[in-house]
Design a protein around this ligand. Sequence first.
Ligand code: GDP
Length: 369
Amino acid sequence: SLQTAIVGLPNVGKSTLFNAIVQNGKAASANFPFCTIEPNSGIVTVPDDRLQVLAEISKSKDIVPTTFEFVDVAGLVKGASNGEGLGNQFLGNIRTTDAIVQVIRAFDDDDVIHVSGRVSSVDDADIINLELALADLGQIEKRLDKLKKGKKSKEEQEKNEMEAAALTRIQQALEAGKAARTVELDKEELMLIKSLGLITLKPMIYAANVPEDDLADKGANNPYVQALRARAAEEGLEVAIVSAKVESELMELPKEEAQEWLEALGVKDGGLANLIRATYAALGLRTYFTTGEKETRAWTICSGMTAPQAAGTIHSDFEKGFIRAETIAYDDFVKVKGYSAAKEAGMLRSEGKEYVVQEGDVLLFRFNV
Ligand code: GDP
């Protein structure tokens, strides 16, 4: 499954947030017995109000949301790219993930030491981003050296030159303080450099860890959040507002008390649901649904996937034996209230192998086994 790394300086609230994530996942993991869960990883379900609506229409017995995995990558400190702390090992762990959530401290608390002696959301982000960029620069240098060496066929030579040119452009961006993701790369170039696992090429969002009282207005009056938002806007990145403390303490409270507390704070939750949704969106993921009496279920695909590829996320046999997909948009399905009415109204489309699945499509696959 897709993995998202949680990174950030020490004492910003990563473990606290991560524990909440693990608890959240435990509740859901009964549905996912096939997932092996590592000690530093937790499965989250992606909240989606549409599931409930579809399940009611189809009178489904079960609702199965889609999921992804968070991995806690503790230990990123200043100098990590030089092997400071457990630097290299941790950076290696980030390289294999698909996206990054960078937790930023946006709360004051004299009892919680800040590694630099004072809280500054932008300085903190700079420290982490610099380490990530240095790690990428190291990778690129090594790769560029390797590309120059050895005898190759003409075809290989051309490929290598294309890769080297792309890496050099990324190198220049990194040296100018920009992330690799800001460099325009075409599909072929992306394929060539994929195996390097460049960290700053991965989608990233900031999670501002705010005091509980700043949840309701999404940190609008919190100077750390304001500064971070300004920085993120320059970088084209999202800031999700979360209270790690609220999320972790909610888990300990009986349901009623938890509800009362949230009402007093004027929010629905501690921001985790939104962080999950924002991460899902940053990953460029799309959701399609299957729905019937047995279950209503959300499935994750990448944007641009065709109907057979989408079918393959359920089972590889579905992809191989794909014939067609009975298709209807979520809104239409809800409007006419179900398959049979949709068919009668002529709203159920029969889509073939070339069809690109759209966000919110409700699909029924026809296939040969
Ligand atoms: P990590 O080093 O980034 O994993 O940080 P931790 O999750 O271990 O948190 C460090 C300390 O900050 C712990 O004592 C937490 O209880 C505390 N902490 C985490 N989030 C908050 C918060 O939102 N507000 C306050 N006041 N303390 C927090």
